[in-house]
Design a binder for this molecule. Sequence first.
Ligand SMILES: [Zn+2]
Length: 311
Amino acid sequence: MSTLGIVALDAVDHALAREWNCENLLLERHRDLETFAYSGENPTTLEVWTSVATGVGPEEHGLASTGEQQQWRNPVLEYASTVAPYVLPKEARVRIGTWLRGDAGGEDGDVEMTLRQTSHSHLFRPDGRVVRWWPGVTPGEHVSETWHWLNLASSGEITDEELWRRLYGNAGLEAGWLQGMGQTDVAVAGVHMHVLDAAGHAFATRPDRLRQVYERVDRLLGTVREHVDELLVLSDHGMQVAWIDGDDEPGFHSWRALASTTLEDEPPASVFDVRDWVDEHAATGDGTRAERQPAVMDTTEEQLRDLGYLE
Ligand SMILES: [Zn+2]
């Protein structure tokens, strides 16, 4: 059975992906993906990804943002985001806390914040479909980690180098997981990556640095493309930048979301169409596979006991 990998590539901006010829973000076919705003003026991560998964709006899926939007609305931060990366004022940290459920862990990288999850049905529920790190349907710790690390970088507790080591580390885990799923019989595997959102907020006035992150993520997706039969790449919003005419608020989310695919069909047109699109294009099984099988294990229980794996 062929696997359709879905990459929820947060904040990848269709115009920037084209500007920098990111072939693995654009794939064979790409188009603008219509997105929406609910709690604020611009699209927000949790609201949109939950809608992508469920096919319904925040009123139905129940996850309205409470802080992610507002934090970038703060005038201090707006100023900061145009002059220096990682300068998040204390107020923004508090608001990140209200957006995320739970408390920040004390240790670096040990963040105990998780995203809320919808109780609505979603596209990853059927058998043979799997999902990791997707906002709205999983705890999404990597999103909390990203914000936590940006906070640490903004307060000078970690260096720029350390910040990007951590962000690329998570990006590699996410991409690697999807590569692994490409070796299995799952029909649909979805994963969310937050690295380009962090990069967009940090480098909205620095085309060279933002381009570098786009190119590295593009390379990473190239390795995924080699290992997964078919891909659907989506974003929830883009990012306003200082060098695009009409972008009045660099560092704020833009409306230039992207949908691209390796399949020979138009990508979905709207975030609300993705669920149906996936149902239409995902493998449903050819009927030749056996029913649920127990895992095959040639090693006997006695051998496992001898090896110390069993008590
Ligand atoms: Zn987002």
